[in-house]
Design a binder for this molecule. Structure first.
Ligand code: SF4
Length: 885
């Protein structure tokens, strides 16, 4: 433990599971400066653009600052008394399983520990599940089936020490950019390192990999089960490891006897040569890491996919050694902390098991609690089914927006509407879920919270407070303790600071352990406030002292099953859903620069420059058949519902498939929720929803008017049939459309009537209408309306809110396109270095750049966070092919 620089707060990024260290300095009275923490082992000073722009997200815009009951502001005492009364009444009338909690991978470990203790030890139910169920429950289940514990065997350094990295169902370049950049750097140092990307989509990650295997959706199990068979047939077993450390191989091998390369080709859509080359490469490379995330986990066969991958690593003994292993990367900043504290409905804290009587006894004795849950609670999808059916009558939601993130949003909405009593702890004043909350509790946001998180490689880091908590916001653990107090459990929840919670948790992790459980941080059991304040990142296990270097598990066996042997698991290929010629198979994922439901990333104007609107990507063949063009507005429909998005035609999507990003919801779009389309279907083992399984149809929308606006103030979006809204410097930018033909001038005047009287308008011969309002030399609102999708320089126009516009110099604005000059950089590609498409094209065609590296040397594009390197690769590929043609 080292003292920290008092002028700099070292904390952790609140976005993805890479868990980068962030150094924060205060700037002026309200601003903060953000840099990567060079001492943090996850990122060594690097940050992706999301991390770099965290300073744009810490304003109080849209924050929930005070508690309320039934919409009336009240004191914390009133709110928590009301919650305690309603939970008590509900339990007395309907039993403990009539109440539930739905929490989040955004919670800190201390929050997670306290709420789990309260629910599983004091309310007498295990009805607490987390939104991490939606992203990595299949990995948890797969680990437990194979290893007997939810253990991530390796660490990030393995990616730098490998000679082959297989990325499965993972767009690592966009979803875990700093980790991907570590791989990119390793490739520069190790010319033998090869990266193979297995994904139905040709993503940014595929563009930057050595090879892309575009398999059919959900055919991963067949590919890896076929690999195991091939390895067995060609003598690639690590016999010593198999005989001394594993069990169950014979049954698995006999289950895949028919899975020859030809059959694998039928499942995956890959040709025999490609499959054979992949199998041979895997077999010939000693140091192999297989990284996987949501493309594997979010499936009806997610757990089998995980075990099919693990089986191959066990068979070749490639686990727990430098540069080897299966590696699940998590989506959320504290998904791992949730797993460790028992945040899932089927687990107990500190990686103990609800089904194990000795574990239950250990925990209950330690907590001195009146109860201990002895059967699994309801998992996310089943929980909302039970709410819909009236079995669960009181629900407390923390730090998540289930109406957007759970499958079948319309069903979830109805479930929430039917629920007798809903409590919501959140940082935002309004989101889709908030309309259904009876009690609202103001939570602390990043920068205000104080606690710990665990990243994908088992590294525990402090998330430190550097801003005073605003209004009456409080820590989530504190809110739970208040309710526990009012239910008569005060003594068990008498925490005054997070280090007390962490110490209690650390002590429990070592209790009755003696190496029988993987998770042990008992080195911290006596941590003081000062030690906690100065705690530097460390890896678990940590029994004697905290470790600043990662420890690998299982190189020599010693798994956590009863016989301490890993288990090979029989896996079944996923059955494809029947699809007719009129429907497309829907895939989902992240946009490059947004995060989850945009409550934080949506406040960063820099991030909106990359993608400011929800969209559906479709293949050119499907676009032709459906008579759709890029920029058309379409309705995407499934049996569950519909959404309205913009079309992007691209050959990165296979024919018959569609892709929609997961982020857009209210207040950022009128109808952008992808989960309006998805089904409540789950993996039978992990209960993780299959969020990439829906069949959808797409139909063009006939709009009378399309519009684009930038404004220093919020526009009334209820005037539009379709809208999306994104932050820009000095205000907001809007896309909108109207079904009915209207008097455009009248509508424009109505829309921007609150702004200054100094207006300029222009109607072109083709009916395109432009309207600008000013105060002095400052642009208040710019509005462009057309009868077809608006073409204009959006990023340039958005930047004009913070420019000066003398009265005699406004003709450029009226054209609403950027004047052609040497500053006309085209579409912004590299956000960090402000490099546009025209500059990159010039670097290739005029300056002879032939690689992403050379483009970076010439223009600086891609030399900072690296998120745009795939875009550079795509431009390079396009222009090179054009030149060849
Ligand atoms: Fe944050 Fe993830 Fe980016 Fe690191 S890679 S800065 S943790 S979003």
């Amino acid at each position: 433990m080292q003292p920290i620089n008092p002028k700099v707060t070292n904390t952790t990024c609140p976005y993805c599971g890479v868990g980068c260290g962030v150094s924060v300095t205060k700037e002026g009275s309200t601003g903060v400066g953000i840099t990567g923490d060079a001492s943090h082992p996850a990122n060594r000073g690097n940050l992706c653009l999301k991390g770099q722009t965290l300073g744009e997200t810490v304003s109080l815009e849209g924050r929930l600052l005070y508690p309320s009951v039934y919409g009336e502001r009240c004191s914390w005492d009133t709110a928590t008394s009301h919650i305690a009364d309603r939970f008590k009444q509900t339990i007395e009338q309907h039993g403990p399983d009539s109440v539930a909690f739905y929490v989040s991978g955004q919670l800190l470990t201390e929050d997670y520990y306290v709420v789990n203790k309260f629910v599983k030890g004091y309310l007498g139910t295990a009805n607490i599940d987390t939104n991490s169920r939606l992203c990595m429950a299949s990995s948890v289940a797969g680990h437990k089936r194979a290893f007997g514990s939810d253990t991530v065997p390796g660490c990030y350094e393995d990616l730098e020490q490998a000679d082959l990295i297989v990325l499965v169902g993972s767009n690592l370049a966009w979803c875990h950019p700093v980790l991907f950049n570590r791989i990119t750097a390793a490739r520069n140092d190790n010319k033998h390192l090869r990266v193979i990307n297995i994904d139905p989509r040709r993503t940014a990650t595929a563009e930057l990999s050595d090879e892309h295997l575009p398999i059919h959706p959900d055919s991963d199990t067949a590919l890896f089960a076929g690999l195991l068979r091939w390895l067995a047939m060609h003598g690639y077993a690590d016999q010593h490891f198999i005989q001394t450390a594993t069990g169950g191989l014979e049954e698995v091998l006999s289950s895949i006897g028919e899975l020859d390369i030809k059959t694998v080709a039928e499942h995956t859509g890959l040709d025999d040569t490609t499959i054979h080359a992949f199998y041979q490469k895997f077999a010939d490379t000693r140091r192999v890491v297989t990284v996987y995330s949501q493309g594997v986990n979010q499936s009806v066969g997610g757990t089998d996919k995980v075990n099919a991958i693990i089986n191959c690593h066990l068979y070749t003994g490639r686990i727990g050694k430098p540069g080897c292993g299966p590696f699940s990367v998590t989506g959320q900043p504290n998904a791992m902390g949730g797993r460790e504290t028992g945040g899932l409905a089927n687990t107990l804290t500190c990686h103990m098991e609800l089904a194990d009587a000795s574990h239950r006894r250990t925990v209950q004795d330690y907590w001195k609690s009146p109860y201990i849950a002895d059967k699994p609670g309801l998992t996310a999808v089943d929980l909302f089914n039970a709410i819909h059916q009236g079995q669960v009558k009181a629900l407390w939601i923390m730090a998540t927006n289930p109406l957007v993130s759970l499958p079948d949003s319309n069903f979830v909405k109805e479930a929430l509407r039917r629920c007798d009593f809903v409590v919501q702890s959140d940082v935002v004043a309004t989101n889709d879920t908030s309309a259904f909350a009876h009690v609202r509790l103001p939570a602390q946001a990043w920068g205000e919270k104080d606690g710990t998180v665990t990243n994908s490689e088992r590294c525990i880091s402090r998330q430190r407070r550097f801003l005073s908590p605003p209004g009456e916001t409080r820590a989530d653990w504190w809110a739970v303790a208040q309710v526990a107090d009012k239910l008569g459990f005060a003594g068990a929840f008498a925490y005054t600071a997070p280090h007390e919670i962490f110490a209690e948790y650390a002590r429990l992790s070592g209790l009755d352990n003696n190496g029988s459980r993987d998770f042990d941080i008992s080195a911290c059991e006596n941590i003081t406030a000062a030690d906690y304040r100065n705690l530097t990142p460390f890896y678990w296990p940590a029994t004697q002292k905290v470790q600043s270097t990662p420890i690998r598990f299982f190189a020599n066996g010693a798994f956590y099953t009863k016989d301490r042997r890993a288990q090979f698991v029989v896996t079944l290929p996923v059955e494809q859903t029947p699809k007719n010629d009129l429907t497309l198979k829907l895939n989902s994922g992240r946009a490059r620069d947004q995060w989850h439901t945009m409550t934080r990333s949506g406040l960063a104007h820099t991030l909106a420059k990359h993608t400011a609107e929800p969209y559906v990507q479709i293949n050119p063949a499907d676009a032709g058949r459906l008579q759709l063009n890029t920029a058309d507005l379409v309705r995407v429909s499934s049996e569950e519902g519909h959404c309205v998005v913009r079309v992007v035609v691209t050959d990165s999507i296979a024919e018959g498939a569609a892709f929609i990003p997961m982020h857009w919801c209210h207040p950022f779009a009128s109808d952008g929720k992808i989960n309006s389309l998805t089904q409540r279907v789950t993996d039978p083992v992990s209960k993780q929803p299959a969020l990439k399984r829906a069949n959808v149809s797409i139909s063009a929308l006939s709009m009378a008017h399309y519009g684009f606006a930038v404004s220093s103030q919020s526009l009334a979006t209820d005037q539009f049939d379709y809208f999306s809204k994104a932050k820009c410097e000095g205000g907001w930018r809007y896309e909108f459309a109207l079904y009915q033909s209207i008097d455009i001038r009248e509508a424009a005047t109505k829309l921007i009537k609150h702004h200054g009287p100094d207006c300029v308008e222009y109607t072109a011969g083709n009916g395109r209408y432009s309207h600008f309002s000013f105060t002095g030399t400052t642009l208040n609102t710019a509005l462009v309306i057309d009868t077809k999708p608006v073409i204009c320089a959006r990023n340039w126009l958005s930047a004009q809110l913070v420019e000066t516009h003398p009265a005699g110099n406004r003709h450029q604005l009226l054209a609403a396109i950027k004047p052609h000059s040497k500053e006309d950089i085209g579409e912004l590609i590299c956000n960090c270095m402000a490099v546009g498409s025209r500059q990159i094209e010039a670097a290739i065609t005029e300056h002879g750049c032939t690689s992403v590296q050379e483009i970076g040397n010439e223009t600086l594009a891609g030399t900072n966070c690296g998120s745009c390197r795939s875009d550079l690769a795509a431009i390079l590929k396009r222009l090179t092919m054009e030149q060849v043609a």
